[in-house]
Design a protein around this ligand. Sequence first.
Ligand code: URA
Length: 437
Amino acid sequence: MRAVDIIRRKRDGGELTPSEIEAFVAAAAHDTWPEYQLSALLMAIWLNGMTPAETAHLTHSMCHSGKRYDWSSIPGPKVDKHSTGGVGDKTSLILAPLVAACDGIVPMMSGRGLGHTGGTLDKLESIPGFRVGLHENELREALAKIGVGLIGQTAAVAPADKKLYALRDVTATVESIPLITASILSKKLAEGIDALVMDVKVGRGAFMKTLPDARALAKSIVSVGAANGLKTEALITAMEHPLGRAIGNSLEIIECIETLKGNGPRDLETLSVTLAARMIRLAGLAADDQEAERKIRDALTSGAGLEKFRAIIEQQRGDPRVIDDYSRLPSVSHRHYLKAERNGYVADLNAELLGHGAMVLGAGRHQAEDQVDHAVGIIIHSPVGTRVTPGDDILEIHYRDDGKLQQALHWLSKAVRLESDAPAAMPLIHEILTEET
Ligand code: URA
């Protein structure tokens, strides 16, 4: 089977056969086609799309290009959540312990932050000593003992995706529903889970900027997940403004711990509880939505979720004393306050601009090789809708370096907009898509 014939078929709008897709994926995993042919086919897919059957097959092949975990020796349903990424999106660290406290088994593989969005691994690594690079036997031990392990993607998982994602990044072929679907689901299927709840973010701080695009991705993920035997649901949730009040790694860890103590901001707690409840319902650990939400709320209010988070930190060799003593987390002494200059309401806190500001401070990465500064970040004192008077704090900026602060202020000052009238309330959860919808 010649690469050029496969490229020509997709270029002309045809449907690829399973064996053509397998040839493409094998070539990506084993470097047997030159990059210009892999890239040409990626562009043809970007331009002409794929049928649901092609996308399902691409997902299956990419998953089978590498290691697939099998946790069947550990009793209990295996369930995970994945987010398309946002600013201040820290729900994984709240819902993973809550779900494990309700008997779900959560083998969660997460990524690092890139660009204006944060990553779960960077947040976890702000806990002194915390190891995200568990070996398979260590993850198995964590799942058997405490029901949850929070680790990074290993190179052995979906190697075809690693190759193709790197090519998509430099050939302007990232924004393709079938390619995104196959990329995300191939890695999630390899985790050895039975159920997946997707959080598809929509808005300026998200990958998907419009509701129709987010809906198309959500629908594709739910149907392709089901076609590959994975129970899948997707929530489309708002990413116009940051989630919660903290942006930046150790500041977000503090916010997660506060949420598990029952003191979290309303939006963050609501989304974390909703996602966690959908996870246990999909995993068969609750008879209906009401029971699922009640179980998760009980785990939150009883402190069982917080104790599970302590167990995770201990299991992964972090310092569990951070839970009661935030001074053990990395911090900086410099603060700058962005203040209201007039009377009004906070009408906008642009998530994308705030994410850029946090990245420039050092909390995120321009490029995959960059190091992050776990200590720096932003606290939102006046969320959208707050009435402010001159001198009120809107943002508290934790910075290490004056030069970086000045660069960050360029983004942060544009991110904040005051208006005379109170802004209309915006929904946090736009839609929930299930296999039936
Ligand atoms: N995240 C992924 O893992 N893959 C994509 O293609 C896009 C987002």
